[in-house]
Design a protein around this ligand. Sequence first.
Ligand code: MN
Length: 259
Amino acid sequence: MYKCFSLAAVAALALATAAAAQGPPAPDPALVDDLVAANHILSSEGVVDGFGHVSARHDKDPRYFLLARSMAPGLVTKSDILVFDLDGNAVAADGAALYLERFIHSEIYKAHPEVKAVVHSHSPSVIPFGVTAVPLRPIYHMSSFLGTGVPIFEIRGAGGDATDMLVRNATLGAALAKDLGHSSVILMRGHGDVVVGDTVKQVVFRAIYTEVNARLEAEALRLGDGKVTFLNDQEAAASGATNAPLVGRAWDLWKAKAK
Ligand code: MN
């Protein structure tokens, strides 16, 4: 009797181990294709360069997300896309180097169930708005998702005065995810920004127009000697609703250009 129980226990353990080793089911190939295209588009549009990354929450299991191995986004192919859990562990890294800042993605997906895609970049025009008292606000309708302004992540809060500025662990990622709140964008002082969205296409749209908005806002501040009229709350909300179904039109153009 004892022996039977033991065998059953061993069998159950073996099954559980096999299930854990299997990890999540394969993601929708269309999602992987979009993620590869997103890498190329963000590179071609100047949001990322050799650095920066874009991820998508797994379509079949929200406890996982897809992100490339550590490499320049413009060179990412399907075979470079890895699956990660929400602690930032790759399910099957197979020796591949991983982005040091993957915890930006893992902790945002953990803290914000509604978020389905994340871009982290050093979007150049955005940098001045993270280091001055000038708020990044929607200067025109294409960037209405900026709402009434965006938070700034100060890494000294969670990381002290001597970090290398990278969100390189879960503690820093969790602090960033908390400061993000319900915003679409958070600036990272002296570093870059993070943009979140409901889809890969939407997050790419937002990342590109965050960069464009920053460029135009800096120009308007110079021209207007600091006096600029931004979209108000109602205009931003109404414009955001209008833009939502039109994201695919821009995506198709950017994708063709990135080829
Ligand atoms: Mn970075």
